[in-house]
Design a protein around this ligand. Structure first.
Ligand SMILES: [Zn+2]
Length: 338
């Protein structure tokens, strides 16, 4: 490990855009397949699932992997492995998307299916807090290209479970933006906010800047990807004026073919413009990267200095949904890292 890599590990970091399902490595997939399939996947077969070249291929891979997450124990195993990997990289806090939309979509008798799975996730979270010192929030993610009532079901479940489970911090919308934007979810977002849930949204990943305006118009507090904001100066001004955090995922965008290279990603442009940018890994097992590697690539591909990487780490806490006192504690810690 070189000096810069060691510095990145030492920096306390928050990861704000991470899908549990996207952290499952091929070896874990084989383990899950052995639990559920009559003829289990070999490691080579599992690795092949992760080899895609565009956004549609990525969606297919995501589907193949979530198919093997059937019971609470599967989710618990996946979450625990994810926590171990986060801590190895110096992540001290994560806000993790759970595709509750997928949990509902593939089960015919959906009533009561989320609670036991969520209990498995909570066991992993509490263990990680106790044994690894990692704090974790969950974001219930709906799939925008499934039906609108399916998304509503996800958000209502988040609102119902939150009072007893404050680790459910918010909701989000993922899936294929080309098929459905944000406006159909306007009222549901307002209802979720009333229930105390924070509002995130994937926008401008595979769609123009107008999709980001639409996401803002329904009250989204954080924008995932925001790749196309670079096309619209007035949108950049708006994002800056309102301190809207952007959850950027450069390697993800390169691997799904929506950005030509890490060097070409607007991360640097947004950072220099004073936007509240955060660096994240999205689906690290799918994209062959992780959060520490994204920081390293920011240095090697876009010339981020130590002090600028420190700022990115500070941004990750500023943009988090942690209480203000906890943010202040982490910011002081980051400032003192040599
Ligand atoms: Zn995502």
């Amino acid at each position: 490990m070189n000096d810069m890599e060691a510095f990145i590990r030492r920096l306390p970091k928050a990861e704000l855009h991470l899908h549990l399902e996207g952290t499952i490595l091929p070896a874990t997939l084989v383990e899950l397949s052995q639990r559920h399939d009559a003829s289990p996947l070999t490691l080579a077969e599992a690795e092949k699932i992760y080899q895609f070249t565009d956004f549609s291929g990525f969606m297919d891979a995501f589907r193949a992997i979530t198919r093997l997450l059937t019971g609470p124990e599967d989710y618990e195993l996946a979450a625990w492995r994810m926590c171990q990997r986060l801590v190895e990289q110096g992540v001290v806090h994560a806000e993790v998307y759970i595709s509750v939309g997928v949990i509902y979509h593939w089960r015919e008798h959906a009533e009561g299916v989320v609670e036991p799975i969520f209990a498995g996730l909570e066991r992993a979270r509490q263990r990680a807090e106790r044994e690894l010192g990692l704090s974790l929030y969950w974001i219930f993610d709906a799939v925008r290209h499934f039906t609108v009532p399916e998304a509503e079901r996800v958000f209502l479940k988040a609102a119902e479970l939150r009072p007893a489970h404050p680790s459910i911090i918010g909701i989000g919308l993922g899936g294929d933006e080309r098929q459905r934007g944000s406006e159909p979810f306007h009222e549901m977002y307002a209802e979720a906010a009333k229930a105390g849930l924070r509002l995130t949204n994937h926008a401008g990943e595979t769609t123009p800047a107008s999709a980001i305006w639409e996401a803002l118009s329904i009250g989204s507090e954080r924008i995932g990807h925001a790749l196309s904001a670079v096309e619209d100066e007035s949108l950049l001004d708006e994002l800056k004026a309102r301190h809207i955090p952007l959850e950027l995922n450069p390697t993800s965008n390169v691997r799904t073919g929506v950005c030509p290279s890490f060097a070409a990603h607007p991360l640097r442009r947004y950072f220099d413009a004073g936007l509240l940018v955060t660096l994240n890994s999205d689906d690290p097992a799918f994209f062959g990267s992780d959060i520490a590697n994204e920081y390293l690539l920011a240095h090697t591909e876009q010339g981020f200095t130590r002090e600028e990487l420190r700022q990115l780490a500070a941004n990750s806490f500023a943009a988090s949904f942690l209480p203000e006192s906890e943010k202040a504690h982490r910011l002081a810690q980051i400032a003192s890292i040599k």
